[in-house]
Design a protein around this ligand. Structure first.
Ligand code: PLP
Length: 366
């Protein structure tokens, strides 16, 4: 068996050592007589797994004590729907900055009880840049400002032009969808009200998401909602208000540990610079054979969409890539072309192999 270099956007590649550990643990957990997926979430074995995962994630991301960490069933889209329910009251205005597909998806999760203000949008320019902060029409007294830290499909990220630090939104808390870039660099959590991420890009398997919330915001009334949609209830119950996705939580915990062992977010920041520079360098240096259309100032280090000048060769490109052990490169249907997702689990060797293949393909077809 040979594992390919997997550039899939999500669910995405997991570190091989994590998969091997999960494989070894699958049949029996220690000498418990059963797998971790077959045991009660309230038993001592899983409680230890859960507690350790949270502690490791807090260390990895430098989560301050005045922030709660929730492990929630469901994806980032579920979190998008729960934000207004938990943090905006009837009639409140919520500000959204839309920089791509996922920012737009977030808008569709809002309830009629809130007033939506699209403070800025990159839609007119095809989401190839991020509207300058000076152009944002923020609402004084809004419940929150929502941004997408990295747009997974359009390949747009608030960096390097914006730095790792997000835009200043004054007294209004900043909520950020970090699904596809969490843990790829050190960030200052205290600048945010809420950070959330579905696990399947940079943190683990699909089916669980992480929500990091400034605790004082949980005291806000929010809108009438079922208890299961109430973040405060989840926090009061240690993210075990109902049965949590135990397997996903356990595997995510292995990924957190792996990231710490590899050197933490500072190391992934360094690797992300290296990997993305290699790939954009190859695209920009191809004399137009390949192209990326995003403003270089906000190009994503995680998701690199690119196009062939002659798109009748797309199928041949993908077929040859597969033969070279490179998979998951087909672009999202919204954009077409190719996309290489190079999250934390993608080693620099994988990007080197991709670049070598791209150059070879160009030689044979240029
Ligand atoms: C993948 C993704 C989502 C959607 O996640 P689901 O888990 O499928 O709901 C939302 N936002 C961003 C930035 C994403 O990359």
């Amino acid at each position: 068996m040979t594992r390919a270099y997997n550039f899939a956007p999500g669910p995405a590649a997991l570190p091989e050592s994590v998969l091997k550990q999960a494989q070894a643990d699958m049949l029996e957990w220690g000498d418990a007589g059963a797998s971790i997926v077959e045991m009660s979430h309230r038993g001592p074995e899983f409680m230890e797994v859960a507690t350790r995962a949270e502690a490791d994630l807090r260390t990895l991301l430098g989560v301050p004590d005045d922030y709660a960490v929730l492990f929630m069933a469901g994806g980032a889209t579920t979190a998008q729907a729960l934000l207004p329910l938990n943090f905006a009251s009837d009639g409140d205005t919520v500000d959204y900055v839309v920089t791509g597909h996922w920012g737009k998806t977030a808008l569709r999760q809002l309830t009629p009880a809130v007033r939506i203000n699209i403070a800025a949008s990159g839609e007119e320019g095809g989401y190839r840049s991020i509207p300058a902060r000076e152009s944002w029409q923020l609402t004084p007294g809004a419940a929150y400002v929502h941004v997408t830290a990295n747009e997974t499909i359009h390949g747009v990220e608030y960096r390097p032009a914006w730095g790792a630090v997000p835009p200043d939104t004054g007294d209004v808390p900043l909520f950020a969808d970090f699904s596809s870039s969490i843990a790829s660099e050190p960030i200052d959590i205290s600048r945010y009200g809420v950070i959330y991420a579905g696990a399947q890009k940079n943190l683990g398997p699909v089916g669980i998401s992480v929500v990091i919330v400034r605790r004082d915001l949980l005291a806000r009334a929010g809108q009438p909602r079922a208890d299961i949609f109430n973040y405060s209830s989840h926090l009061a119950n240690g993210s075990m208000l109902n049965t949590p996705p135990t397997w996903n939580w356990y595997v995510a915990g292995l990924v957190f540990r792996w990231m710490l062992d590899e050197g933490g977010t500072a190391e992934f920041d360094r690797r992300s610079d290296e990997k993305s520079a290699l790939l954009y360098g190859a695209i920009d240096g191809s004399g137009g054979f390949y192209r990326n259309e995003v403003d270089p100032a906000v190009r994503s280090r995680m998701n690199v969409p690119f196009f062939l000048a002659d798109d009748t060769r797309n199928a041949a490109f993908l077929e040859g890539a597969r033969e070279a052990g490179l998979i998951g490169l087909k672009g999202h249907r919204v954009l077409g072309g190719m996309r290489a997702s190079i999250y934390n689990a993608m080693p620099v060797e994988g990007v080197r192999a991709l670049v070598a293949y791209m150059q070879d393909f160009q030689k044979r077809n240029g």
